[in-house]
Design a protein around this ligand. Structure first.
Ligand code: KIV
Length: 262
């Protein structure tokens, strides 16, 4: 996908949308050659690439650095850039400077967590011609308020609140909404209640699409094994084995050989 229009068409045609996160140039080069529909430069970069325990440590400059690197490798797909912690809570001017920076680095859209009091800023960004992806359910930047990375919308008042938030985001003009860590049936209800696509992570199969963190689906995050994750390879052990083989060859003087020497 190269445009947000294709998101809408996919939902209309009931064609699931696939998204992955990406934070660097060489992963972007690989994703660019796959059938994956679009890429999110997520603020999960703070955890996956920088080793912080939450996304609270992502900064505008950190995101800008990753967006620029991804853009150099991702020529053929839509790039969505995540607003980091508080970037949409420091007034319209700060939010618009962030949007300006991310779009000039090559983002095609931005993603902002939360609804409610964020709607005004989200609407202003959309009115300025920049597509916005919403994000509700477990919004990781608020992990301290939630008291952990916990399933959201479990009781009927909180489920109703999430349905209302999804409608608010659709009315504000969002082109899609991430639903994170919510029960499948609630994700189905939300998806059916709005016309824009929902992209799930830990939200079951009834959303309009799925997003996973690249390193998680490649099995590179050895100690991260949540119920919702499917690892498509054991990347950690594959890479570890390759490095150990290299080390063995170096120490046995088997690398480099004749062909690899001048
Ligand atoms: O930053 C991120 O990786 C995300 C996805 C999990 C949706 O926001």
């Amino acid at each position: 996908m190269k445009t947000i229009n294709e998101f809408k068409i996919s939902k209309e045609k009931n064609k699931p949308i696939s998204l992955v996160t990406c934070y660097d140039y060489w992963s972007a080069l690989i994703i660019n050659e796959t059938e994956i529909d679009a890429v999110l430069v997520g603020d999960s970069a703070a955890m996956v690439m920088h080793g912080f325990s939450t996304t609270v440590n992502a900064e505008v400059d950190m995101m800008a650095y990753h967006i620029a690197a991804v853009k150099r490798g991702l020529t053929d797909k839509l790039l969505i850039a995540d607003f980091p912690f508080l970037a949409n809570r420091r007034g319209t001017r700060y939010a618009m400077e962030t949007v300006d920076k991310f779009m000039k680095l090559g983002a095609n859209a931005v993603k902002i967590e939360g609804a409610g009091s964020n709607i005004k800023t989200i609407n202003h960004i959309i009115q300025s011609g920049v597509p916005v992806m919403g994000h509700i359910g477990l919004t990781p930047q608020s992990v301290n308020a939630f008291g952990g990375f916990l399933l959201q919308g479990k009781d009927s008042p909180s489920a109703k609140r999430l349905i209302d938030e999804a409608k608010e985001l659709e009315n504000a003009g969002c082109f899609s909404i991430v639903l994170e860590l919510v029960p499948s049936q609630l994700a189905k209800e939300i998806t059916e209640a709005i016309n824009i696509p929902t992209i799930g992570i830990g939200a079951g199969v009834f959303t309009s699409g799925q997003v996973l963190v690249l390193q998680d689906l490649l099995g590179l995050s050895k100690n991260f094994n949540p119920k919702f994750l499917r690892k498509y390879m054991n990347g950690f052990d594959l890479i570890k084995d390759a490095l150990n083989k290299y080390d063995t060859d170096v120490k046995a003087k088997l690398f480099p050989d004749e062909k690899e020497s001048f």
